[in-house]
Design a binder for this molecule. Structure first.
Ligand code: PLP
Length: 344
């Protein structure tokens, strides 16, 4: 049985053509600044986002943590939403590595608005600089725990004004920011023009096996390079990974578009049997189920892999692993499961 793997877009498979056209003479030691592919990738990404500079990072988590360190000092405050990766998955690192006080906001919609931030601001003692100083607003797009929802551009520009007023930095965890841009039909440069620093994961929908990019102003990326070294993330011959990423980036837009179309088709199939947990805007379909584990196990019997995200939600992620025929197969699998057991 050929598996239909919808657990994550980090599980994409490399193909021989991803390694074609690699000039092995370009691969050097990036700790000596002698890897041409890493330089090319950093240049390409900085240009794509219209920022001064970019830095190749081993992971999105390290990229986020290095950014927080660059934009703040221990004891300062980070305002974010409780479901965003920086808090949901990384609260320990954010506290232990960067010494930040996380001021967590619980929003209904998943979007951290300026009024949410002002509430978070006003919830604590601010009448002297002896107390924690909010330095960073951290947002996410697309938002993984909210079913791949896109952070609206107008909200980003409102947050920019607030950051300018309050002398805070605006950080975007854009692990899947290219999904957001492709779905909106907006260039990455335009979408992130109000952002100070951002993370992009190459290992998600872009389909690379490895790596993330930290993107921002030159002086801040220079600092990030030092902190990456402290955290053990300076890599030697990482050019092979950079070369694959450059190959993968050539047609990212059409590939992500296809992922989004497949997610929409999957949404249509799912809504016959389930309620959506969130509207489908990119490559994630999150549904409500009264027993997520049981549903995931049942689907596995038919070769469909998904994630029980919480006890009552199941997550499907489309990626280059998934094609149109597989989505059609899922349709008949759901029909079969439904007919035989009334399981759904
Ligand atoms: C995947 C992801 C990360 C972390 O990336 P890793 O490479 O797995 O460390 C950070 N933020 C978001 C929103 C993600 O989806």
């Amino acid at each position: 049985m050929k598996l239909i793997d919808l657990r994550s877009d980090t599980l994409t498979k490399l193909k021989p053509e991803d390694l074609l056209d690699i000039n092995y003479d370009y691969i050097g030691d990036d700790c000596y600044d002698e890897d041409r592919y890493v330089k090319m990738l950093e240049f390409k990404i900085a240009d794509l986002f219209g920022k001064e500079s970019a830095l190749f990072m081993p992971s999105g988590t390290m990229s986020n943590q290095v950014a927080l360190r660059v934009l703040s000092k221990p004891g300062e405050e980070l305002i974010t939403e409780v479901g965003y990766h920086v808090c949901f998955f990384e609260s320990s690192q954010t506290a232990a590595l960067n010494g930040l006080v996380i001021n967590n906001v619980h929003t209904k919609s998943g979007i951290l608005t300026t009024s949410d931030v002002l509430n978070a601001f006003n919830n604590k003692a601010r009448w002297s600089n002896l107390y924690a100083t909010p330095k960073i607003i951290s947002i996410e797009s697309s938002i993984s725990t909210y079913g791949g929802m896109i952070f609206p551009l107008d909200e980003i520009s409102q947050l920019r004004m607030l950051c300018d007023e309050r002398k805070m930095s605006l950080f975007l965890d854009g692990a899947r920011v290219l999904n957001a841009c492709v779905s909106l039909g907006i260039s990455p440069k335009k979408y992130t023009e109000h952002i100070d620093m951002l993370n992009l994961c190459l290992s998600k929908g872009v389909g690379s096996p490895f790596g993330s990019m930290l993107i921002g102003r030159q002086d801040e990326i220079d600092k990030a390079k030092k902190i990456r070294k402290w955290y053990g993330g300076a890599l030697h011959q990482s050019g092979l990974m950079a070369a694959i990423a450059l190959n993968k980036l050539k047609n990212y837009s059409s590939r992500l578009e296809r992922d989004h179309i497949n997610a929409k088709s999957l949404e249509l199939i799912c809504t016959k049997y389930f309620q959506l947990a969130y509207p489908v805007e990119t490559n994630i379909v999150m549904i409500k189920s009264h027993n997520a584990d049981a549903l995931v196990n049942k689907l596995k019997e038919y070769g469909v892999l998904a994630t029980a995200w919480t006890a009552n939600t199941v997550r499907f992620v489309t990626s280059s692993n998934i094609n149109h025929e597989m989505i059609n197969q899922i349709k008949s699998i759901f029909e079969t499961i439904d007919k035989h057991k009334g399981f759904l």
